[in-house]
Design a protein around this ligand. Structure first.
Ligand SMILES: C[S@@+](CC[C@H](N)C(=O)[O-])C[C@H]1O[C@@H](n2cnc3c(N)ncnc32)[C@H](O)[C@@H]1O
Length: 220
């Protein structure tokens, strides 16, 4: 059975991909990260303790979370050494080395102790994971009681989405950002079953102009 029902393609995640992601994140995508960070903080109601940004790439979301939640430290986790090197540079340039660290890790085997994370965020990475059940089980394991996660993809608002899509298509006319095929009703049903399987009773699926986001909470 398909272990990631949202996956549409398998990118290489090589050095060139990491450099390109950083280039886009620093320019065309730049305005989306503060918006998404604030949505994650507001919707989960968590703004203290430790936050993990999983599949952080250049760590722009990690940086936006740290800037919007002054009482939160952040670990940017990615399985790519190339992405981590770029993330480390971006964190340094943002003068946030004392609050954000970059750590190598795969979402399926996180290098984090049980119950350590108060908040987990992840944008644009889930669609590439090998096994969603395993990945969500692992994130649930590292969440602290009372903690929450905001996982998915999107651009934060309709206006930002239109702006990003227009700029990306100008750059690359073959660029495909369609989330519809990744998030149809059947796939949403699979996510609900998955939450049941991992024993998580409190969750919400957001599928609107802000993007597609799975929000889940661990009981206090
Ligand atoms: C499209 S990029 C998104 C980067 C960043 N979150 C952003 O929105 O700017 C996807 C990132 O997920 C990472 N990734 C993919 N699969 C992963 C896994 N199993 N564990 C950890 N990171 C992963 C890739 O290395 C890449 O940096």
């Amino acid at each position: 059975m398909l272990k990631n029902w949202t996956q549409t393609k398998k990118p290489a995640f090589d050095r060139q991909g990491a450099v390109q992601m950083n280039e886009i994140a620093q320019t065309i995508f730049a305005p989306i990260y503060p918006v998404i960070a604030r949505q994650a903080l507001d919707i989960t109601g968590i703004s203290r303790g430790l936050c993990l940004d999983i599949g952080s790439g250049p760590a722009m979301l990690a940086i936006a979370v740290a800037r919007n939640a002054p009482e939160m430290d952040v670990v940017a986790v990615d399985f790519s050494d190339d992405s981590l090197a770029i993330a480390t540079e971006n964190i340094k340039n943002a003068h946030l080395e004392h609050r954000i660290s970059a750590r190598k890790g795969d979402v399926h085997h996180l290098p984090i102790d049980d119950g350590r994370a108060n908040l987990i965020v992840s944008r644009g990475s889930m669609f590439f994971w090998k096994d969603l059940l395993e990945a969500f089980q692992e994130m649930y394991r590292v969440l602290a009681p009372g903690g929450a996660a905001y996982i998915g993809g999107g651009f934060g608002s309709l206006e930002l989405r239109e702006q990003v899509v227009a700029a990306m298509l100008k750059r690359d006319p073959t660029w495909d950002c369609s989330t519809r095929k990744k998030t149809d009703d059947e796939k949403i049903k699979r996510f609900k079953e998955m939450f049941r399987e991992i024993g998580c009773n409190r969750h919400t699926i957001i599928n609107n102009e802000t993007g597609f986001w799975l929000v889940f909470f661990k009981e206090a």
